[in-house]
Design a protein around this ligand. Structure first.
Ligand code: UDP
Length: 458
């Protein structure tokens, strides 16, 4: 009896918050769990699961959904972020419990819930059914540490002066996550982010999409205060070992990438010549910023590939795409990993979302940092001053980066001495991040340890 039970695989429910920047890393982590011998069911909200593209290319991972109370429109259907979170917090646990019960009665009982740190109530559901509870942080260790210190009452919000936290460089207010430097603008979100740490005294594992070698001192500190393990970068392995393009894996995407147009255009451009511009899946630029950016790219006279989501297109100067067609390509969404891995890339002008930052570090592309909100300013600080992989141009009194600074920054990175140093560092970080997830690397060992502990409990 004992032996036959041991032969079963542990079954992890991997529960993601319904945004692109959380689905990608949790899906890739799921693949690593499978590779190490676990079974996985991926779970997100009903609305999100209807919206995702790419399900057919991920047949190995069954997808299930729970309700956030807005099955037909997601967060956009709620009257405010507060209303959304309140409803989700009520309905989420009920529908997650229903899912667990359904899986138990259908003979596929879960042994563990790996839940997104934004959804701390999932730990109560795990414990109600005697399952292992593992929280998954999708932000950097530095950003997580800021919210940890807020939750413990060790960091006064709003932050108005320089802050010194263990294992981190001194952070000025402009380097802090926007929720703590400007909490009035985001009251609901600050509560949610601080709440990530509210019940961690009861959790079995704390998994973070970060790399030990990138934030070593801080990870050592975290490991002393909680069962903390780094498991990143969650970049698909096919991008780490230079596999042929046709073997490359894709994630699940809210937006449909303009794959062929993008890759065909890139393939005609010389090595290291293209500026790739993207602000991720959520950020909305001020119209002034969009116009300055458009002008800066034009003035730089470089090739550029610019992702402008449909909802942002109106902010472009009139006829801009037509006027710049000799030099630029504007798409509504692209296969970003494939773009960053392309030899034509010279620079990534980024909002510094954590996934984009890790992807650029892993694929060795220097960055120009124009953070907008949430964790992006803290990532920008690390890109420039810790990993020395990019520059962050100044903002003016409108909070906007001017076109001349964009132009200068492009030149400095692509032609200047500092750019040379960044490219050298890029080679170093690419090697280090790749090794972390390769057989025997720091993250690989942590994932193996996690799965082995689940197997032991069967
Ligand atoms: N992404 C993409 N195509 C695009 C722009 C972004 O595939 O045109 C992906 C990108 O590779 C990353 C994710 O979307 O994995 C964005 O996550 P990030 O944390 O960088 O930013 P967020 O969207 O959460 O602000």
């Amino acid at each position: 009896m004992e032996d036959s039970r041991k032969s079963h695989k542990p079954h992890c429910l991997v529960l993601s918050f319904p945004v692109q920047g959380h689905i990608n890393p949790m899906l890739q982590f799921s693949k690593r769990l499978i590779h190490k011998g676990a079974g996985v069911t991926f779970v997100t909200t009903r609305f999100m699961s209807k919206t995702l593209h790419g399900l057919s290319s991920n047949p190995s991972i069954p997808l299930e959904s729970i309700s956030d109370g807005f099955d037909d429109g997601g967060i956009k259907a709620a009257s405010s972020p507060e209303a959304y979170l309140e409803r989700f917090w009520k309905i989420g646990p009920e529908t997650l419990s229903e899912l667990v019960e359904r899986l138990i009665s259908s003979g596929r009982p879960p042994s563990c819930i790996v839940y997104n740190s934004f959804l701390p109530w999932a730990l109560d559901v795990a414990q109600k059914y005697g399952l292992v509870g593992a929280v998954f942080f999708t932000m950097s260790c530095a950003v997580s540490s800021v919210f940890y210190h807020c939750q413990k009452g060790l960091l006064e919000v709003p932050v108005r002066k320089q802050v010194l936290l263990p294992g981190m460089p001194p952070l000025e207010p402009q380097d802090m996550p926007s929720y703590v430097s400007d909490p009035e603008s985001y009251p609901a979100y600050l509560g949610m982010l601080v709440g990530q740490f509210s019940n961690l005294d009861k959790v079995d594992w704390v998994l973070c999409n970060a790399v030990y070698e990138l934030e070593q001192e801080l990870v050592d500190w975290f490991m002393k205060v909680m069962p903390f393990r780094t498991i990143g970068p969650t970049v698909p392995s096919s991008y780490l070992d230079n596999r042929l393009q046709q073997d490359r894996e894709y994630g699940l995407s809210i937006f449909q990438p303009e794959h062929d147009t993008t890759m065909k255009w890139l393939s005609t451009k010389p090595k290291g010549s293209v500026v790739y511009v993207s602000f991720g899946s959520v950020a909305e630029l001020k119209i002034d910023q969009m116009q300055e950016l458009a002008m800066g790219l034009k003035r730089s006279n470089r090739y550029f590939l610019w992702v402008v989501r449909s909802s942002e297109e109106d902010k472009l100067p009139q006829d801009y795409a037509k006027e710049t067609a000799q030099k630029g390509l504007i798409v509504t969404w692209c296969p970003q990993l494939e773009v960053l891995a392309h030899e034509a890339l010279g620079l990534f002008l980024t909002h510094c979302g954590w996934n984009s930052t890790l992807e650029a570090l892993t694929l060795g592309v220097p960055m120009m940092a124009i953070p907008q909100w949430t964790d992006q300013p803290t990532n920008a600080k690390h890109i420039m001053d810790v990993w020395k992989m990019g520059l962050r141009p100044p903002v003016d009194e409108r909070g906007v980066v001017r076109s001349e600074d964009i132009e200068n920054c492009i030149r400095e990175i692509m032609e200047g001495e500092r750019g040379k140093e960044m490219r050298e560092n890029a080679g170093k970080w690419r090697k280090i991040t790749k090794e972390a997830v390769s057989e025997g690397g720091s993250s690989d060992r942590n994932i193996e340890e996690f799965v082995a502990s689940l197997i032991d409990k069967l």
